[in-house]
Design a protein around this ligand. Structure first.
Ligand code: 5AD
Length: 350
């Protein structure tokens, strides 16, 4: 009863106190289905029974950072490194456009080989070739002036997960050179410039407690992102966290539902990590309020090299060329994949 009241309060006011978040997380089992139902109707009221698609282009796995959880951290000498060039990326976009994608996500490690100038050339080439498409960047922490140049070159959206909103937890997941305060500063810079901005967190990362997840929800409420990426932590064999247990798909999906109720118009992906842990993970996430899927558009020969975590899927229905079977899977649960750019409801570019 108390959990249902909290879900109702969240649905009506889009806000909860820290203790209330913790209570919900501790008692997920008695309100899960209720939360899923509310989250679905909230999503359906705003976006209808549609799921947006994004073509994910993983263009470099070089990274200057050394995050303890990530398979492409700089210290991983076993990672086979690669970079795509501008022509490779434009070929991915051509294939993606043919398949119906109208958003391209350029994601990579923090690879300074790609200068600001080069990044801007890539962005403006894509926008020139495909003016009806959105370009999303996911290339980590940069100066505000660099973000501004990316925006001026035509980039529309930016993904930068905050990973965890609790400072001492952040420090357990990252070396000292990375700070939560800089991460958060980057997010505010991006929003001020005019990007549609995505943050997000892993569920079940090492040392994470329900209090940490409650802090994540308080941060989401304060920051009001346009997109939130939520995936389970999955260990990678060549990282310091190789022996840490994976996060739970079930808990991840509950966080997806709570995020929909907190942020009604948010663009919420059913993530690849969730699809990796649970074969039906993406369907379950959509039935809990998610409305985005991000199939892989990278060239096949590099896909297995972008291994953020063990067993990352890349050849099944998450591949862009399998869009038809992904569409079928969504139809079976009553949802339709659409080609539209899928901007945040009501968003206008500056
Ligand atoms: N398990 C799950 N997600 C991971 N990421 C990085 N490493 C892992 C892992 N081992 C996520 C981070 C990052 C995004 C690109 O991938 O949240 O922001």
């Amino acid at each position: 009863e108390k959990t249902k009241n909290l879900i109702n309060k969240l649905t009506d006011t889009h806000s909860l106190l820290k203790d209330e978040w913790v209570y919900l997380l501790q008692n997920a089992d008695v309100c899960r289905d209720f939360a899923f139902k509310k989250a679905c109707s909230m999503r359906d009221n705003i976006y209808g029974k549609t799921v947006f698609i994004r073509g994910l282009i993983e263009f470099t796995n070089y990274c200057r950072n050394d995050c303890y959880y990530c398979g492409i951290r700089r210290s991983n000498k076993n990672a086979a490194r690669y970079r795509l060039n501008k022509d490779d990326i434009l070929s991915c976009c051509a294939e993606g456009y043919r398949l119906g994608f109208r958003t391209f996500v350029l994601q990579g490690g923090e690879d300074m080989y790609f200068s600001d100038d080069e990044m801007c050339r890539m962005i403006s080439s894509i926008k020139q070739a495909y003016p009806d498409c959105a370009v999303t960047l996911s290339v980590g922490e940069r100066d505000k002036s660099t973000y501004q140049r990316f925006y001026n070159a035509g980039a529309d959206r930016y993904l930068l997960r905050h990973e965890t909103a609790t400072d001492n937890h952040y420090r357990k997941l990252h070396p000292d050179e990375l700070t939560l305060s800089n991460r958060v500063k980057c997010l505010y810079d991006l929003k001020e410039i005019g990007f549609q901005v995505g943050c997000g967190m892993m569920v079940g990362s090492p040392y994470q407690t329900n209090e940490h997840l409650a802090e994540d929800m308080l941060f989401l409420e304060k920051f009001q992102p346009h997109m939130v990426g939520i995936g389970p932590f999955i260990s990678h064999k060549d990282t310091p966290f190789k022996n840490e247990p994976n996060g739970s798909a079930k808990k991840t999906i509950f966080m997806v539902a709570l995020t929909r109720l907190l942020l009604p118009s948010v663009l919420l992906p059913a993530t690849t990590a969730l699809g990796t842990l649970d074969e039906m993970g993406r369907e379950k996430a959509v039935l809990a309020g998610a409305n985005v899927v991000m199939p892989n558009l990278s060239p096949k020969n590099v896909r297995e090299k972008y291994m953020l975590y063990d067993n990352k899927i890349s050849t099944g229905d998450e591949a862009a060329e399998s869009l038809a079977s992904l569409a079928l899977r969504m139809e079976k649960i009553g949802y339709e994949i659409v080609s539209a750019r899928g901007d945040f409801a009501g968003f206008k570019r500056k």
